[in-house]
Design a protein around this ligand. Structure first.
Ligand SMILES: Nc1nc2c(ncn2[C@@H]2O[C@H](COP(=O)(O)OP(=O)(O)O)[C@@H](O)[C@H]2O)c(=O)[nH]1
Ligand SMILES: [Mg+2]
Length: 454
């Protein structure tokens, strides 16, 4: 992990969005923040002070007039001296102000550099820094609320709780079980078992919430697959509530894949309409079919759609077998306005996820959306989730595997030291999420995804 910057320079950027607005903000962080404000505003601001002032250029001309805020480190967002200049929000005036600040000795900040400094100075952990970026880019209310929870430390504190359980387990093992010649008494045995179960439970709970958070942050990918004319494009249009794809009675109309972003109860979903799967067709259509297969391969959920007046479950199962996909499958029977079947799940419910819909009338579409939500996590999207990314899920999975391996190994060998080492490894792995143990290049990559001025 990278250490605290030894001789940090002073950075500056426009923190507000480009374009016109009532107010625009130039943010400065680093040791020269105070002296830059003194030069620029001809006043010396105190800690946590806001002063209404003119901003002067090099010739003593007024560039703009607004508020200058000052925070002395380490009692500031980045842990360094920080100044904020609130001027009028126009691109030209903001740029003039920024250029003036740069001429007084600041350097133009890289994307995410303010957050990076806050992280390096232990003001926030990595998860919290990432949550800020997620909050800014949230596509829905739920995503924003989850990001705020992570930013406020909900995810971090659950991880800390888990790490503490692992540490206590290790201490218990070292203190109690390190008597190789004696039989481990059954009380200790029970406690070990309980503590392990507790760690597992805690990890499982965190993983479930993080999985929900990942869906909120990164979205869900759904591919619609089926024979020509089943109503794939009509279903896309129905889900998107716009006429996105061309619908026609002519089989083979959709030749390329079409992707559309929608929200299902606040979850960003990318729906992909594909070319109908069939043997016939020219080479363009065959390429479309190849793309359909590849879309099914990369999707989280595959909706296999059939024409209820024509096909039955066997037709869909044949396509599923042909795709060979491991994906979560939903069997949708379309055109029930013609076939006369009831909308939604069939009665009695079948083992496969079957659902009856009409892309034309909209019947059964709400049930379909519910199934989609259900199929992905069965999770609670309303509360308690914290925003997360594939990176976090992978680390949690890795920590879980290490914990299981350690337990299995210990049961076999009873080697206490080895077990303690393995548990330390679990703990370190968890630390990769919060940034306690994170490689420099990964940190660089994470912060570079942030916006300038954040
Ligand atoms: N009656 C009825 N017709 C539908 C329904 N869904 C699609 N269609 C019609 O079926 C034909 C093929 O639809 P389309 O969405 O292009 O199918 P795709 O080839 O699977 O993309 C078009 O004429 C649609 O109007 C439905 O639910 N009910
Ligand atoms: Mg189509």
């Amino acid at each position: 992990m990278v250490g605290k910057p030894e001789h940090a320079d002073t950075i500056a950027a426009i923190a507000t969005a480009p374009g016109q607005g009532g107010v625009g903000i130039v943010k400065i962080s680093g040791p020269d923040s105070g002296s830059i404000v003194s030069e620029l505003c001809r006043l010396k601001p105190g800690h946590r002070e806001a002063r209404y002032t003119a901003f002067y250029d090099g010739q003593g001309q007024v560039l703009d007039r607004g508020l200058a805020l000052f925070f002395r480190g380490p009692d500031s967002h980045t842990g360094e001296d920080i100044a904020e200049l609130h001027g009028h929000g126009g691109p030209v005036v903001m740029n003039l102000l920024l250029q003036r600040v740069l001429s007084l000795g600041a350097r133009y900040a890289r994307p995410g550099e303010f957050s990076e400094r806050a992280f390096l100075n232990n003001k926030i952990d990595l998860l919290q820094a990432e949550a800020v970026a997620d909050l800014i880019s949230s596509a829905s209310e739920q995503a924003a609320l989850s990001a705020v929870r992570s930013m406020e430390g909900a995810f971090s504190s659950r991880l800390e709780e888990l790490a503490n359980k692992v540490i206590e387990l290790r201490m218990f093992v070292e203190a109690t079980l390190d008597f190789p010649e004696e039989e481990i008494d059954s009380l200790a045995q029970t406690e070990l078992h309980d503590r392990l179960a507790d760690c597992r439970q805690c990890l499982a709970d965190i993983s479930a919430r993080a999985e929900t958070g990942r869906l909120l942050a990164e979205g869900l990918k759904i591919a619609i697959i089926g024979k020509p004319n089943a109503g794939k494009s009509s279903l896309l249009n129905r889900l998107a509530e716009v006429e996105r794809a061309i619908v026609s009675p002519l089989p083979g109309t959709t030749r390329d894949t079409i992707e559309q972003q929608i929200l299902i109860d606040g979850i960003p979903v990318s729906v992909i309409d594909t070319a109908g799967i069939r043997k016939a067709g020219d080479h363009i259509e065959q390429e479309g079919i190849r793309r359909a297969r590849s879309a099914a391969g990369s999707a989280d959920v595959v909706i296999l759609i059939a024409d209820a007046t024509r096909d039955d479950i066997h037709d869909l199962q044949a396509i599923a077998a042909d795709l060979g996909t491991e994906k979560k499958l939903l069997y949708a029977f379309n055109k029930i306005d013609l076939s006369g079947q009831g909308a939604g799940r069939p009665e009695p419910a079948s083992a496969a996820r079957e659902i009856y819909i009409s892309a034309k009338t909209g019947a059964g579409i709400d049930e379909l959306k519910r199934e989609i939500k259900d199929i992905v996590a069965g999770s609670d999207f309303s509360e308690n989730s914290f925003i997360a990314h594939t990176r976090h899920i992978n680390v949690l999975r890795m920590a879980g595997e290490l914990l299981e391996q350690a337990a299995v190994q210990f049961r076999r060998t009873r080697a206490v030291e080895l077990f303690a080492d393995d548990l330390s490894r679990v703990q370190r792995t968890l630390g990769e999420i919060t940034g306690e143990y994170t490689a420099d290049d990964l940190l660089g990559e994470i912060f570079s995804r942030f916006c300038i001025g954040k």
